[in-house]
Design a protein around this ligand. Structure first.
Ligand code: KDG
Length: 312
């Protein structure tokens, strides 16, 4: 599996409170597509990430962290641009807000000539998100070329809508994503994102999944957060309840869900099992801080069924 997108340096407030001088921050990295790649490698599926980083400490940390998670990295270092940055403010224990400092970043300068075409030709699946389509026209062109290369080699294409209102308008997102749907095999969306792409609000999730399927993707997954998820694949359909967990941080749960589903696909699990695995992986990611740090390995998923607080 190969994912394509921008990975950012991330400064996250260590404790809830007002953002003022003296506030303590933790330094991490984050990016929807590399989160998915890590989610896959944690589950034991080999995965690569394609991007571009600046020749700065943030870029170096991205390369180190992804390689440390056994992700194959295909990312030139751009000495003339900074690595993009994200600041996560936590005003209350349950409320986070994100500011991006990514315009003109190395990641946004990703372009088709950066793509490892030989690797894409051997990939079982190429995954990207609406974020990569939104950050710049060259990154969107790279994502679309990667999709074309993956398809030409009979790989599958996976797209997570991942709408970010700070990056583009609903109309821009709808037009761009709708144009690509005939080329997509597996589509992930939240209920709101499904409505955005369909141009209709409050559509029943299963009906939305079938309507999206009619536009191209054979498999459509609608993520419903603490309500679970629904899926259609060809004629099949499935629903799964959310797994109840103590929630620490929900950011990145959607990426872990995607990784769980795609891992189930590689392992040729039936639709219902793929969806159950996706929900378990998404839930597990909520139990720790960070956009990818809580991604589950197969043993972790057993913990969701265990009532023992300490294993010895
Ligand atoms: O899905 C979580 C991502 O949104 C996060 O890790 C950072 O890629 C990111 C973004 O652009 O918001």
């Amino acid at each position: 599996m190969v994912t394509i997108g921008e990975t950012l340096g991330l400064f996250a407030r260590a404790r809830p409170g007002v953002l003022r001088s003296g506030a303590a921050f933790e330094f991490r990295i984050a990016g929807a597509e590399s989160n998915v790649a890590i989610g896959l490698t944690r589950l034991g599926v080999s995965a690569g990430w394609v991007g571009r980083v600046g020749g700065d400490p943030l870029g170096a940390e991205i390369l180190r962290a992804l390689r440390g998670e056994r992700v194959e990295v295909y990312a030139p270092t751009d000495e003339s641009r900074p690595t993009g940055l994200m600041i996560k403010d936590r005003r209350t224990p349950t409320h986070q807000s994100v500011s991006y400092y990514r315009s003109g970043s190395a990641g946004a300068a990703l372009r088709p000539s950066d793509l490892p075409y030989d690797v894409l030709a051997g990939a079982e699946l190429v995954h990207t998100t609406g974020i990569t389509l939104a950050i710049s026209s060259s990154a969107a062109a790279a994502a679309e070329d990667a999709m074309t290369a993956g398809r030409a080699a009979e790989g599958r294409i996976s797209l997570d809508v991942n709408y970010r209102s700070r990056l583009w308008s609903p109309g821009e997102a709808r037009r761009h994503i709708s144009r690509l749907l005939p080329e997509v095999d597996v589509l992930f969306a939240s209920a709101d994102e499904a409505g955005l792409v369909l141009g209709e609000d409050h559509v029943d999730p299963m009906i939305a999944a079938r309507r999206l399927q009619a536009t191209g993707p054979a498999e459509v997954l609608i993520k419903l957060g603490d309500q679970g998820a629904v899926a259609v694949a060809g004629e099949d359909s499935a629903t799964a309840a959310a797994v109840r967990v103590p929630v620490v941080d929900t950011v990145g749960a959607g990426d872990a869900f995607v990784a769980g589903y795609l891992a189930g696909r590689v392992w040729s699990k039936p639709l219902e099992e793929r969806l159950t695995l996706a929900c378990a992986a998404g839930a597990f990611a909520c139990t720790s801080e960070g956009d990818w740090e809580g991604a589950a390995d197969p043993d972790d998923l057993d913990l969701l069924r265990s009532s023992e607080p300490v294993r010895r």
